[in-house]
Write a protein that binds this ligand. Structure first.
Ligand code: SF4
Length: 474
């Protein structure tokens, strides 16, 4: 088990006053070594806290005193201090199995850990969940959690996970719901495997066995050009339309039986089927925004300054939305890091580079803008297949696109394709042939990046511009 290492201390904070320094390793908090950031938070949540610290191999004690609930003021380097629980499934649709060799190690980690579900909104199949885990989840109220259902038919589920435990592990879902835990589900729909009648039967099974689920997302499998599973392929437009029809048919049934829509088809299905997205209000709190559910409509509303129309907080899932003390470094790093120099001046024409799906969502929004703003859809040649989302764009593909574009324009890219300042293929912003500005992948951030304000439903230049570089380039 690794010791949590302090990576930052806020000046003047209780940790600073006690003498904690960046680089210190925490041997114990209040006499105990926490297994993860969840236990760390529980142990740290007291007025007077004894710390056992190791600095340069020498262990000593410090006493931290907090006043009036002030934050502890230190950050540690990881979310889990013991090992990530990896999955024991071998799903034929697994995207991790479709990654080329030589990418950074963390991308190959196939986690199936309820703690990462709570912390980051990762989905878990519950095949490695235990009675002790259930007790902890219920005792510490680790809610919400995110569970991969795929199919409620035990045989189909076990076949999809290639794990016989998949047939019975949804019993834990029942136990979590019985314990009052909020759970969001997903069905990764694979054409010819769990779409059509199987999907209908799954949604009927949800109503029958798990009606307390907070939401269920139907999302398409990702297929890269490195896929070696002959049966795995992207949906055709007709198959995508069928998934939408099944989801919308069941929305009506759920609405009648439960008073809420519950199931949603991913935005990608509407793009593949060539259908308009449903209205924003049909998505409720947009609970599975990060899973591509209602993302386009939420982006549009935020871009047009109609954020008040969002019922919920369409942002990152999981506990890390609000956690104090733990950066995501070590498991999921901050996106853009470091500055970008030599940006073109304000007033230069602007080009937004994004994935093919993102470009289709942005096109109608940008078409209405005044001034010189254009979109370039960057094809994902690196992964190939149906990988058209912005988050999977690589430095190599962006580099190729930028090389053919003129100097002197502003180039904006979504920061969702960066992790710790690097693209998935390991390239950094400095490797690109033009200076680019990574923009957080939400409508409000893009609006600010374009210096826009919306008045009377019409876009126009902002009266006072944002602190562009400071806000956008982190
Ligand atoms: S559970 Fe997830 S990580 Fe594990 S094999 Fe299936 S898709 Fe891959």
């Amino acid at each position: 088990m690794a010791l949590p290492r302090v990576v930052a201390v806020t000046p003047g904070s209780p940790a600073d006053r006690a003498g904690v320094l960046p680089g210190d390793e925490l041997v114990a908090l209040d006499g105990q070594l926490p297994r993860d950031i969840i236990e760390y938070q529980l142990l740290a949540d007291q007025e007077s806290l004894g710390l056992e610290v190791s600095r340069g191999g020498i262990e000593f004690s410090l006493q931290v005193e907090r006043q009036g609930g002030e934050p502890l003021g230190m950050e540690v380097d990881a979310a889990l201090f013991d090992r990530v629980r990896t999955c024991d499934n071998h799903c034929e649709f697994c995207f991790i199995h479709q990654l080329p060799k030589g990418m950074r190690k963390s991308l190959y980690v196939r986690d199936d850990d309820y703690r990462l579900s709570f912390l980051y909104g990762n989905f878990t199949t519950l095949t490695r969940f235990t009675e002790a885990d259930l007790e902890r989840v219920l005792t510490e109220c680790l809610s919400p959690l995110f569970v991969s259902i795929h199919a409620t038919d035990p045989e189909v589920r076990a076949r999809m996970l290639r794990n016989r435990r998949g047939a019975s592990s949804l019993r834990w879902l029942r136990a979590l719901l019985d314990g009052g835990i909020e759970v969001h589900g997903q069905v990764v729909v694979c054409p010819g495997v769990n779409d059509g009648e199987v999907l209908e039967s799954t949604l009927a099974g949800v109503l029958d066995e798990y009606p307390e689920l907070a939401s269920v997302a139907c999302v398409p499998l990702g297929v890269s050009r490195f896929n070696r599973e002959a049966a795995m392929r992207p949906h055709t437009p007709a198959e995508a339309a069928n998934v939408i029809d099944v989801a919308e048919e069941w929305q009506a049934i759920y609405a009648a039986c439960l008073g809420r829509r519950l199931v949603y088809a991913a935005d990608e299905y509407y793009l593949v089927a060539g259908r308009p997205f449903p209205a924003l209000e049909t998505y409720g709190a947009v609970a599975q925004h990060d899973n591509g559910i209602g993302m386009a409509r939420a982006f549009e509303a935020a871009f047009e300054g109609r954020a008040e129309e969002l019922e919920g907080e369409a942002g990152p899932s999981g506990f890390f939305r609000s956690v104090e003390g733990a950066p995501a470094v070590g498991y999921r790093a901050p996106r853009a890091c470091g500055g970008v120099s030599m940006l073109p001046p304000r007033g230069a024409g602007t080009t937004i580079l994004t994935g093919e799906y993102g470009a289709r969502v942005l096109a109608p929004l940008v078409d209405r803008l005044p001034g010189d703003v254009e979109i370039v859809a960057v094809r994902n040649e690196f992964f190939g297949g149906n990988t058209a989302v912005a988050g999977l764009l690589t430095g190599a593909d962006l580099s190729n696109a930028l090389a053919g574009l003129p100097k002197g324009r502003r180039y904006l890219i979504p920061d969702s394709c960066l992790s710790g300042g690097r693209f998935l293929d390991g390239m950094s912003l400095d490797d690109l042939p033009r200076p680019v500005e990574p923009v957080p992948a939400d409508g409000a951030s893009l609006r600010r990046a374009l210096d826009l304000e919306w008045a009377g439903g019409r876009p126009g230049p902002a009266g006072e511009g944002p602190e562009r570089t400071a806000e956008l380039v982190r």
